[in-house]
Design a protein around this ligand. Structure first.
Ligand code: PLP
Length: 400
Protein backbone atom coordinates (compact mmCIF):
# COMPACT_ATOMS: atom_id res chain seq x y z
CA UNK A 1 0.00 0.00 0.00
CA UNK A 2 1.31 3.47 -0.87
CA UNK A 3 2.63 5.60 2.00
CA UNK A 4 1.21 8.72 0.33
CA UNK A 5 -2.52 9.39 0.40
CA UNK A 6 -4.72 8.44 -2.53
CA UNK A 7 -6.10 11.97 -2.50
CA UNK A 8 -2.65 13.41 -3.11
CA UNK A 9 -2.25 11.18 -6.16
CA UNK A 10 -5.11 13.17 -7.74
CA UNK A 11 -3.20 16.45 -7.36
CA UNK A 12 -0.51 17.99 -9.58
CA UNK A 13 2.27 20.22 -8.27
CA UNK A 14 1.77 23.88 -9.24
CA UNK A 15 3.23 24.40 -12.76
CA UNK A 16 3.73 28.12 -12.13
CA UNK A 17 5.90 27.34 -9.11
CA UNK A 18 7.75 24.73 -11.21
CA UNK A 19 8.52 27.21 -14.01
CA UNK A 20 9.71 29.82 -11.54
CA UNK A 21 11.94 27.22 -9.90
CA UNK A 22 13.45 26.09 -13.23
CA UNK A 23 14.13 29.71 -14.15
CA UNK A 24 15.83 30.22 -10.76
CA UNK A 25 18.00 27.15 -11.28
CA UNK A 26 19.07 28.28 -14.77
CA UNK A 27 19.86 31.75 -13.39
CA UNK A 28 21.87 30.20 -10.53
CA UNK A 29 23.82 28.25 -13.16
CA UNK A 30 24.82 31.56 -14.71
CA UNK A 31 22.24 31.83 -17.52
CA UNK A 32 20.72 35.24 -18.30
CA UNK A 33 17.06 34.56 -17.51
CA UNK A 34 14.06 36.90 -17.58
CA UNK A 35 11.33 35.50 -15.34
CA UNK A 36 7.81 36.42 -16.45
CA UNK A 37 6.27 33.38 -14.79
CA UNK A 38 5.43 34.63 -11.32
CA UNK A 39 2.16 36.36 -10.49
CA UNK A 40 3.35 39.09 -8.19
CA UNK A 41 3.77 42.86 -8.52
CA UNK A 42 7.36 44.03 -8.92
CA UNK A 43 6.47 47.10 -6.80
CA UNK A 44 7.45 47.20 -3.14
CA UNK A 45 4.92 47.20 -0.28
CA UNK A 46 4.08 50.87 0.49
CA UNK A 47 6.02 52.43 3.38
CA UNK A 48 2.98 53.19 5.56
CA UNK A 49 2.11 49.48 5.53
CA UNK A 50 5.64 48.44 6.43
CA UNK A 51 5.64 51.02 9.25
CA UNK A 52 2.41 49.54 10.65
CA UNK A 53 4.05 46.11 10.77
CA UNK A 54 7.12 47.48 12.53
CA UNK A 55 4.89 49.31 15.03
CA UNK A 56 3.01 46.04 15.66
CA UNK A 57 6.29 44.27 16.44
CA UNK A 58 7.41 47.10 18.74
CA UNK A 59 4.06 47.02 20.54
CA UNK A 60 4.41 43.29 21.17
CA UNK A 61 1.55 42.27 18.89
CA UNK A 62 3.43 39.07 18.28
CA UNK A 63 1.16 36.46 19.91
CA UNK A 64 -1.49 34.06 18.63
CA UNK A 65 -4.61 35.88 17.51
CA UNK A 66 -8.25 34.86 17.08
CA UNK A 67 -8.15 32.06 14.48
CA UNK A 68 -9.80 33.92 11.63
CA UNK A 69 -8.54 37.43 12.26
CA UNK A 70 -8.13 40.24 14.78
CA UNK A 71 -11.28 42.37 15.28
CA UNK A 72 -9.53 45.45 13.86
CA UNK A 73 -8.83 43.68 10.58
CA UNK A 74 -12.30 42.17 10.35
CA UNK A 75 -13.73 45.68 10.79
CA UNK A 76 -11.35 47.06 8.13
CA UNK A 77 -12.52 44.29 5.76
CA UNK A 78 -16.21 45.10 6.49
CA UNK A 79 -15.49 48.77 5.76
CA UNK A 80 -13.69 47.85 2.52
CA UNK A 81 -16.57 45.68 1.29
CA UNK A 82 -19.07 48.45 2.09
CA UNK A 83 -16.94 51.23 0.58
CA UNK A 84 -15.77 49.54 -2.60
CA UNK A 85 -18.32 46.84 -3.36
CA UNK A 86 -21.57 48.02 -1.77
CA UNK A 87 -21.65 44.78 0.25
CA UNK A 88 -22.73 44.79 3.90
CA UNK A 89 -21.03 42.21 6.10
CA UNK A 90 -20.80 42.03 9.90
CA UNK A 91 -17.43 41.08 11.47
CA UNK A 92 -18.92 37.63 12.25
CA UNK A 93 -19.23 37.13 8.49
CA UNK A 94 -15.52 37.74 7.82
CA UNK A 95 -12.70 35.21 7.64
CA UNK A 96 -9.02 36.20 7.43
CA UNK A 97 -6.47 33.60 6.38
CA UNK A 98 -2.90 33.04 5.26
CA UNK A 99 -3.49 34.43 1.77
CA UNK A 100 -6.52 34.27 -0.45
CA UNK A 101 -5.28 30.79 -1.27
CA UNK A 102 -6.02 29.54 2.22
CA UNK A 103 -9.41 31.26 2.23
CA UNK A 104 -10.38 29.31 -0.89
CA UNK A 105 -8.84 26.13 0.50
CA UNK A 106 -10.66 26.43 3.83
CA UNK A 107 -13.98 27.04 2.09
CA UNK A 108 -13.58 24.00 -0.15
CA UNK A 109 -12.37 21.75 2.69
CA UNK A 110 -15.25 22.91 4.85
CA UNK A 111 -17.94 22.16 2.27
CA UNK A 112 -16.96 19.43 -0.21
CA UNK A 113 -18.13 15.85 0.05
CA UNK A 114 -16.98 13.06 -2.27
CA UNK A 115 -18.52 13.49 -5.70
CA UNK A 116 -19.51 17.13 -5.25
CA UNK A 117 -18.97 19.08 -8.46
CA UNK A 118 -17.32 22.48 -8.72
CA UNK A 119 -17.69 24.47 -11.94
CA UNK A 120 -14.45 26.18 -12.95
CA UNK A 121 -14.23 28.35 -16.07
CA UNK A 122 -11.07 27.75 -18.13
CA UNK A 123 -8.51 29.14 -18.53
CA UNK A 124 -8.34 28.94 -14.73
CA UNK A 125 -5.95 29.76 -11.92
CA UNK A 126 -3.92 26.56 -11.59
CA UNK A 127 -4.85 25.87 -7.97
CA UNK A 128 -8.66 25.68 -8.32
CA UNK A 129 -8.99 22.19 -9.83
CA UNK A 130 -6.36 20.68 -7.56
CA UNK A 131 -7.83 22.21 -4.42
CA UNK A 132 -11.19 20.77 -5.42
CA UNK A 133 -9.60 17.33 -5.90
CA UNK A 134 -7.83 17.63 -2.53
CA UNK A 135 -11.24 18.21 -0.98
CA UNK A 136 -12.61 15.08 -2.63
CA UNK A 137 -14.67 16.99 -5.20
CA UNK A 138 -14.78 16.86 -8.98
CA UNK A 139 -13.75 19.90 -11.03
CA UNK A 140 -16.11 20.55 -13.96
CA UNK A 141 -14.25 22.65 -16.49
CA UNK A 142 -16.14 25.06 -18.76
CA UNK A 143 -14.03 26.57 -21.50
CA UNK A 144 -14.15 30.33 -22.09
CA UNK A 145 -13.42 30.64 -25.81
CA UNK A 146 -10.85 33.15 -27.01
CA UNK A 147 -13.49 34.52 -29.40
CA UNK A 148 -15.66 35.31 -26.33
CA UNK A 149 -12.78 37.18 -24.68
CA UNK A 150 -12.07 34.03 -22.61
CA UNK A 151 -15.42 34.51 -20.84
CA UNK A 152 -17.94 31.70 -20.45
CA UNK A 153 -21.50 32.29 -21.61
CA UNK A 154 -24.75 31.89 -19.68
CA UNK A 155 -25.68 28.90 -21.84
CA UNK A 156 -22.40 27.16 -21.01
CA UNK A 157 -22.92 27.73 -17.29
CA UNK A 158 -26.49 26.47 -17.49
CA UNK A 159 -25.35 23.31 -19.30
CA UNK A 160 -22.64 22.57 -16.72
CA UNK A 161 -24.95 22.68 -13.67
CA UNK A 162 -26.12 19.30 -12.33
CA UNK A 163 -27.80 18.26 -9.08
CA UNK A 164 -24.28 17.55 -7.78
CA UNK A 165 -22.97 21.07 -8.38
CA UNK A 166 -21.90 22.65 -5.11
CA UNK A 167 -19.86 25.68 -6.16
CA UNK A 168 -19.27 27.92 -9.14
CA UNK A 169 -15.82 29.52 -8.93
CA UNK A 170 -15.75 32.94 -10.54
CA UNK A 171 -12.57 34.99 -11.10
CA UNK A 172 -12.66 38.43 -12.72
CA UNK A 173 -10.29 39.95 -13.75
CA UNK A 174 -8.85 36.54 -14.41
CA UNK A 175 -5.57 34.83 -13.83
CA UNK A 176 -4.28 33.82 -16.44
CA UNK A 177 -6.10 35.80 -19.17
CA UNK A 178 -6.78 39.17 -17.53
CA UNK A 179 -10.35 38.88 -18.86
CA UNK A 180 -12.96 40.80 -16.90
CA UNK A 181 -16.76 40.42 -16.78
CA UNK A 182 -18.55 43.74 -16.89
CA UNK A 183 -21.92 44.17 -15.18
CA UNK A 184 -23.93 42.89 -18.18
CA UNK A 185 -21.71 39.83 -18.72
CA UNK A 186 -21.83 38.98 -15.01
CA UNK A 187 -25.58 39.60 -14.80
CA UNK A 188 -26.10 37.00 -17.54
CA UNK A 189 -24.34 34.44 -15.30
CA UNK A 190 -26.08 35.48 -12.07
CA UNK A 191 -29.46 35.06 -13.80
CA UNK A 192 -28.55 31.43 -14.45
CA UNK A 193 -27.42 30.99 -10.84
CA UNK A 194 -30.70 32.43 -9.54
CA UNK A 195 -32.49 29.52 -11.24
CA UNK A 196 -30.33 26.97 -9.34
CA UNK A 197 -30.57 27.68 -5.62
CA UNK A 198 -28.34 24.74 -4.64
CA UNK A 199 -25.27 26.27 -6.37
CA UNK A 200 -22.99 28.47 -4.26
CA UNK A 201 -20.70 31.14 -5.69
CA UNK A 202 -17.04 31.53 -4.77
CA UNK A 203 -15.99 34.88 -6.20
CA UNK A 204 -12.23 35.34 -6.33
CA UNK A 205 -11.84 39.12 -6.57
CA UNK A 206 -8.08 39.15 -6.05
CA UNK A 207 -7.39 41.40 -9.07
CA UNK A 208 -10.17 43.91 -8.33
CA UNK A 209 -7.88 46.94 -8.34
CA UNK A 210 -5.99 45.93 -11.45
CA UNK A 211 -8.55 47.02 -14.04
CA UNK A 212 -7.85 49.22 -17.07
CA UNK A 213 -9.41 51.42 -19.78
CA UNK A 214 -12.38 52.32 -17.62
CA UNK A 215 -13.36 48.69 -16.99
CA UNK A 216 -15.54 48.74 -13.86
CA UNK A 217 -15.03 45.82 -11.52
CA UNK A 218 -18.19 44.17 -10.14
CA UNK A 219 -18.68 41.18 -7.84
CA UNK A 220 -21.56 38.65 -8.05
CA UNK A 221 -23.33 39.47 -4.76
CA UNK A 222 -23.19 43.15 -5.73
CA UNK A 223 -24.73 42.57 -9.17
CA UNK A 224 -27.36 40.14 -7.82
CA UNK A 225 -28.21 40.69 -4.13
CA UNK A 226 -30.35 37.55 -4.36
CA UNK A 227 -27.09 35.56 -4.32
CA UNK A 228 -25.75 37.17 -1.12
CA UNK A 229 -26.78 34.25 1.10
CA UNK A 230 -24.85 31.73 -0.99
CA UNK A 231 -21.82 33.74 -2.07
CA UNK A 232 -18.33 33.79 -0.60
CA UNK A 233 -16.64 37.01 -1.70
CA UNK A 234 -12.88 36.44 -1.57
CA UNK A 235 -10.17 39.05 -1.78
CA UNK A 236 -6.73 39.80 -0.35
CA UNK A 237 -3.91 42.28 -0.07
CA UNK A 238 -1.32 40.31 -2.10
CA UNK A 239 -1.87 41.73 -5.56
CA UNK A 240 -3.42 45.16 -4.94
CA UNK A 241 -1.05 46.22 -2.18
CA UNK A 242 2.09 44.40 -3.38
CA UNK A 243 2.01 42.19 -0.26
CA UNK A 244 2.38 38.66 -1.68
CA UNK A 245 4.87 37.60 0.99
CA UNK A 246 2.78 38.87 3.91
CA UNK A 247 0.14 36.20 3.25
CA UNK A 248 -3.16 37.84 4.11
CA UNK A 249 -6.42 37.07 2.31
CA UNK A 250 -9.99 37.47 3.47
CA UNK A 251 -13.59 36.71 2.63
CA UNK A 252 -17.11 37.75 3.47
CA UNK A 253 -19.96 35.26 3.46
CA UNK A 254 -22.80 33.64 5.40
CA UNK A 255 -21.98 33.19 9.08
CA UNK A 256 -22.39 29.40 9.12
CA UNK A 257 -19.90 29.02 6.26
CA UNK A 258 -17.43 31.39 7.94
CA UNK A 259 -17.74 29.34 11.17
CA UNK A 260 -17.02 26.13 9.27
CA UNK A 261 -13.95 27.72 7.65
CA UNK A 262 -12.80 28.85 11.12
CA UNK A 263 -12.90 25.21 12.22
CA UNK A 264 -10.61 24.16 9.34
CA UNK A 265 -8.21 26.99 10.04
CA UNK A 266 -8.23 26.42 13.80
CA UNK A 267 -7.02 22.86 13.25
CA UNK A 268 -4.43 23.70 10.58
CA UNK A 269 -2.58 27.03 10.77
CA UNK A 270 -4.38 28.46 13.86
CA UNK A 271 -4.23 32.07 12.66
CA UNK A 272 -2.60 34.20 9.98
CA UNK A 273 0.60 36.01 11.04
CA UNK A 274 -0.27 38.65 13.68
CA UNK A 275 2.17 41.23 12.28
CA UNK A 276 0.85 40.80 8.72
CA UNK A 277 -2.68 41.29 10.01
CA UNK A 278 -1.75 44.69 11.46
CA UNK A 279 -0.05 45.58 8.18
CA UNK A 280 -3.26 44.61 6.34
CA UNK A 281 -5.32 46.87 8.64
CA UNK A 282 -3.17 49.77 7.46
CA UNK A 283 -3.37 48.63 3.82
CA UNK A 284 -7.18 48.67 3.89
CA UNK A 285 -7.64 51.75 6.09
CA UNK A 286 -4.71 53.85 4.86
CA UNK A 287 -4.25 55.96 1.69
CA UNK A 288 -5.56 54.27 -1.46
CA UNK A 289 -4.41 56.73 -4.13
CA UNK A 290 -1.33 54.70 -5.12
CA UNK A 291 -3.64 51.92 -6.39
CA UNK A 292 -4.71 54.01 -9.40
CA UNK A 293 -1.12 55.18 -10.00
CA UNK A 294 0.15 51.61 -10.08
CA UNK A 295 -2.76 50.47 -12.24
CA UNK A 296 -1.82 53.09 -14.84
CA UNK A 297 1.76 51.75 -14.91
CA UNK A 298 0.41 48.22 -15.43
CA UNK A 299 -1.94 49.43 -18.20
CA UNK A 300 0.98 51.04 -20.04
CA UNK A 301 3.04 47.86 -19.75
CA UNK A 302 0.10 45.76 -20.94
CA UNK A 303 -0.26 47.91 -24.05
CA UNK A 304 3.43 47.65 -24.83
CA UNK A 305 3.55 43.87 -24.32
CA UNK A 306 0.37 43.21 -26.35
CA UNK A 307 1.66 45.35 -29.24
CA UNK A 308 5.06 43.66 -29.22
CA UNK A 309 3.62 40.13 -29.02
CA UNK A 310 1.27 40.83 -31.92
CA UNK A 311 4.39 41.74 -33.89
CA UNK A 312 5.88 38.25 -33.36
CA UNK A 313 5.48 35.70 -36.15
CA UNK A 314 2.89 33.06 -35.22
CA UNK A 315 1.58 34.86 -32.09
CA UNK A 316 -1.73 36.66 -31.62
CA UNK A 317 -2.56 38.42 -28.38
CA UNK A 318 -5.85 39.86 -27.15
CA UNK A 319 -6.04 43.00 -24.99
CA UNK A 320 -7.31 42.03 -21.53
CA UNK A 321 -9.38 44.18 -19.16
CA UNK A 322 -7.28 43.65 -16.05
CA UNK A 323 -4.86 41.72 -13.80
CA UNK A 324 -1.22 41.74 -14.91
CA UNK A 325 -1.26 38.89 -17.40
CA UNK A 326 -1.70 38.43 -21.12
CA UNK A 327 -2.55 35.10 -22.67
CA UNK A 328 -1.28 35.00 -26.27
CA UNK A 329 -2.05 32.19 -28.70
CA UNK A 330 0.83 30.32 -30.33
CA UNK A 331 -1.42 28.46 -32.78
CA UNK A 332 0.63 29.98 -35.61
CA UNK A 333 3.83 28.37 -34.27
CA UNK A 334 2.55 24.80 -34.07
CA UNK A 335 4.39 22.26 -36.19
CA UNK A 336 7.46 24.50 -36.58
CA UNK A 337 11.01 23.76 -35.44
CA UNK A 338 13.04 25.97 -33.10
CA UNK A 339 16.55 27.21 -33.99
CA UNK A 340 18.03 24.46 -31.76
CA UNK A 341 15.86 21.74 -33.31
CA UNK A 342 12.86 21.37 -30.95
CA UNK A 343 9.58 20.51 -32.65
CA UNK A 344 6.94 22.94 -31.40
CA UNK A 345 4.01 20.55 -31.08
CA UNK A 346 2.44 22.01 -27.92
CA UNK A 347 2.46 25.19 -25.86
CA UNK A 348 4.63 23.36 -23.33
CA UNK A 349 7.23 22.62 -26.05
CA UNK A 350 7.09 26.29 -27.12
CA UNK A 351 7.67 27.54 -23.56
CA UNK A 352 10.42 25.04 -22.76
CA UNK A 353 12.32 25.90 -25.96
CA UNK A 354 11.81 29.63 -25.32
CA UNK A 355 13.30 29.24 -21.84
CA UNK A 356 16.20 27.06 -22.93
CA UNK A 357 17.06 28.93 -26.12
CA UNK A 358 16.27 32.55 -25.25
CA UNK A 359 16.11 32.54 -21.44
CA UNK A 360 12.52 33.81 -21.13
CA UNK A 361 10.39 32.06 -18.50
CA UNK A 362 6.63 32.05 -19.16
CA UNK A 363 3.96 29.46 -18.27
CA UNK A 364 2.43 27.15 -20.91
CA UNK A 365 -1.33 27.32 -21.46
CA UNK A 366 -2.08 23.64 -20.83
CA UNK A 367 -1.41 24.35 -17.14
CA UNK A 368 -4.39 26.72 -17.15
CA UNK A 369 -6.66 24.46 -19.18
CA UNK A 370 -6.59 26.19 -22.58
CA UNK A 371 -4.05 25.53 -25.35
CA UNK A 372 -2.12 26.49 -27.39
CA UNK A 373 -1.36 29.62 -25.36
CA UNK A 374 1.11 30.88 -22.84
CA UNK A 375 0.83 33.30 -19.95
CA UNK A 376 3.05 36.32 -19.62
CA UNK A 377 3.10 38.17 -16.32
CA UNK A 378 3.89 41.80 -17.11
CA UNK A 379 4.46 42.62 -13.45
CA UNK A 380 8.10 43.25 -14.33
CA UNK A 381 10.23 46.31 -15.10
CA UNK A 382 9.87 48.04 -18.48
CA UNK A 383 13.47 47.12 -19.31
CA UNK A 384 12.89 43.41 -18.55
CA UNK A 385 9.68 43.42 -20.60
CA UNK A 386 11.33 45.07 -23.63
CA UNK A 387 14.24 42.62 -23.43
CA UNK A 388 11.83 39.65 -23.10
CA UNK A 389 9.75 40.84 -26.08
CA UNK A 390 12.93 41.23 -28.18
CA UNK A 391 13.87 37.64 -27.32
CA UNK A 392 10.38 36.23 -28.02
CA UNK A 393 10.34 38.05 -31.36
CA UNK A 394 13.77 36.62 -32.26
CA UNK A 395 12.70 33.12 -31.16
CA UNK A 396 9.54 33.25 -33.28
CA UNK A 397 11.41 34.67 -36.27
CA UNK A 398 13.81 31.72 -36.01
CA UNK A 399 11.08 29.06 -36.16
CA UNK A 400 11.09 27.16 -39.45
N1 PLP B 1 -6.57 33.80 -6.70
C1 PLP B 1 -5.94 34.08 -7.85
C2 PLP B 1 -6.73 34.18 -9.10
C3 PLP B 1 -4.55 34.26 -7.85
O1 PLP B 1 -3.93 34.52 -9.00
C4 PLP B 1 -3.84 34.13 -6.65
C5 PLP B 1 -2.37 34.23 -6.62
O2 PLP B 1 -1.68 34.01 -7.57
C6 PLP B 1 -4.56 33.86 -5.49
C7 PLP B 1 -5.92 33.69 -5.55
C8 PLP B 1 -3.90 33.71 -4.15
O3 PLP B 1 -3.31 34.86 -3.69
P1 PLP B 1 -2.77 34.97 -2.20
O4 PLP B 1 -2.80 33.63 -1.58
O5 PLP B 1 -1.38 35.51 -2.33
O6 PLP B 1 -3.69 35.93 -1.51
Amino acid sequence: MSFLSQTLARVKPSPTVAVTQLARELAAAGRDIIGLGAGEPDFDTPDNIKAAAIAAIDAGKTKYTAPDGIPELKQAVCDKFARENGLTYAPSQISVSTGGKQVLYNALMATLNPGDEVIIPAPYWVSYPDMVRLGGGEPVIVEGAEAEGFRITADQLEAAITPKTKWFIFNSPSNPTGAGYDRAALKALTEVLMRHPHVWVMSDDMYEHLAYDGFTFVSPAQVEPGLYDRTLTVNGVSKSYAMTGWRIGYAGGPEHLIAAMRKVQGQSTTNPCSISQWAAVEALNGPQDFLAERASVFARRRDMVVARLNGCAGITCAVPEGAFYVYPSVAGCMGKTSPQGTTIDSDEAFCTALLEEEGVAVVFGAAFGLSPHFRVSYAASDAALVDACDRIERFCAGLT
